[in-house]
Design a protein around this ligand. Structure first.
Ligand code: GUN
Ligand code: ZN
Length: 438
């Protein structure tokens, strides 16, 4: 560790397996630990007493002794142009899209509006301890440019794409199969793999894309197989019926994305609620990812995501858990896991606090195919981290008086915590929380 330039000290917690399957063996926890970094990457991790004497004299030590430090949170489904859609009083999905969402998203054709929105968006994510997100921008290239420029400025590892949508939306919000392809292709060329930026090809969903546009999206995915693909599926029953009516030759909703070559191991399938056993089996076979958006699914009355059915041991499906701002109601991944827990409770299912923390760190890194880079504190990984305080509010501090174990503390953070519990957010080893407490 003679090359180290930075170290983070605190109660380090991360995962090397799934707690649901490996129990305590999945967890790494060091009560007085040191993360030793060079150039933002993890060189070594271990006991402070063992590592500190070996640090070079000039290394900066960020001392968070007594505070929990976990890998930065990952949000695999969120919408940049919906920060002013949150908390819009609508019936359900299709009404909400037409009445509020498609109105706000039109404003992102203006580069100045997009830049201001992106600055707010990144402030809010980093305040909440979210260091990586997979985002939908608006249909306009300008919105994706604003997103990536802001992300590059903050050196965050982010994925995003301009949405492709060529029907059933206002004219100001539609592209064409050709322009959607060309604009996405140009953005891939400019941003995919530049620094920490990654491109996600983003056909919005089967309703707002013609068959020709889904074909164009699939062509992009074939030409750029390392780009993610993000879309929506089986969120709302009326949406499912409409999608089937628009693609009558497809036996179910999943078959639409299968038919057009958009359903594979890079595919992040937002919502994935109303699925048949046949569809779940095909998710597992294709290694496609089901993205659970609990606050959104409750807010829009969409339905209850069936975690247990998805994780059926003979054919487990990869799952991501996400905010889905602005259908979702909180930017906080802690609050998102709080609602995830309750959605499962309603179905007689439960995840423990270790599994919930795993889901928003290493679990989401696996979902987006970046677990070799982020989501854990293993040496070689990029050091994105969040410092958490389970006594951040009077009610939390009061509750913590009776706590004796780490899993209890983690469950309080998830149930009662939000951006107030985030003391600091590190991006590549540098403190980046924009809005501090106090
Ligand atoms: N389905 C298609 N577009 C959207 C969107 O913006 N939000 C949600 N929640 N579902 C969608
Ligand atoms: Zn969404």
């Amino acid at each position: 560790i003679s090359r180290a330039d930075t170290a983070l000290r605190g109660r380090l917690l991360w995962f090397v397996e799934r707690p649901e399957e490996h129990g305590a063996g999945a967890v790494r926890y060091i009560e007085d630990g040191l993360l030793v970094l060079a150039g933002g990457r993890i060189l070594a991790v271990g006991e402070t007493s063992a590592l500190r004497p070996a640090l070079p004299a000039g290394a900066v030590i960020h001392d968070h002794s007594g505070r929990l430090i976990t890998p930065g949170f990952i949000d695999p489904h969120i919408h940049l142009p919906q920060t002013q859609v949150v908390a819009s009083w609508a019936a359900q999905l299709l009404d909400w899209l037409n009445t509020y969402t498609f109105v706000e998203e039109q404003k992102y054709g203006d580069p100045a509006h997009a830049a201001r929105g992106a600055a707010f968006f990144f402030d809010e994510l980093l305040s909440n301890g979210t260091t990586t997100a997979v985002a939908f921008c608006s249909v306009h290239s300008a919105s994706a440019e604003a997103f990536f420029a802001e992300s590059e400025r903050r050196n965050t590892r982010m994925a995003a794409g301009k949405v492709m949508m060529d029907r059933y939306a206002p004219d100001a919000l539609t592209d064409t199969p050709q322009s959607g392809y060309d604009d996405s292709k140009a953005l891939i060329g400019r941003w995919h793999g530049r620094g920490r930026q990654l491109y996600a090809i983003a056909p919005r969903f089967a309703i707002t894309s013609t068959p020709e546009q889904l074909e164009a999206a699939a062509a992009l995915s074939r030409e750029h197989p390392d780009c993610l693909v993000e879309t929506h599926i089986s969120e709302n029953l009326e949406e499912v019926a409409t999608a089937k009516r628009l693609y009558p030759e497809c036996a179910d909703y999943t078959a639409i994305y299968e038919k057009y070559g958009l359903f594979g191991r890079k595919s992040l399938m937002g919502h994935s609620i109303h699925l048949s056993e046949s569809e779940r089996q095909r998710y597992a076979d294709a290694d496609a990812v089901a993205v659970f958006c609990p606050t959104s699914n409750l807010f829009l009355g969409s339905g209850l995501f069936d975690w247990k059915a998805m994780r059926e041991p003979r054919r487990p499906v990869r799952i991501g858990v996400a905010t889905d701002i602005g259908g979702g109601t909180s930017y906080s991944m802690l609050q998102t896991m709080n609602e995830a827990y309750k959605v499962l409770q309603l179905q007689g299912q439960r995840l423990d606090s270790l599994a919930l923390f795993h889901a928003m760190t290493r679990g989401n890194a696996i979902a987006i195919g970046l677990d070799h880079l982020i989501g854990s504190f293993e040496p070689g990984h990029e050091c994105d981290a969040v410092v958490l305080d389970a006594r951040a509010t009077p009610a939390m501090a009061h509750r913590m008086e009776t706590v004796t174990t780490l899993p209890e503390e983690l469950f309080i953070l998830i149930t009662m915590g939000d951006d107030r519990a985030v003391e600091e957010t590190y991006v590549m080893g540098e403190p980046k929380k924009p809005r501090k407490r106090g």
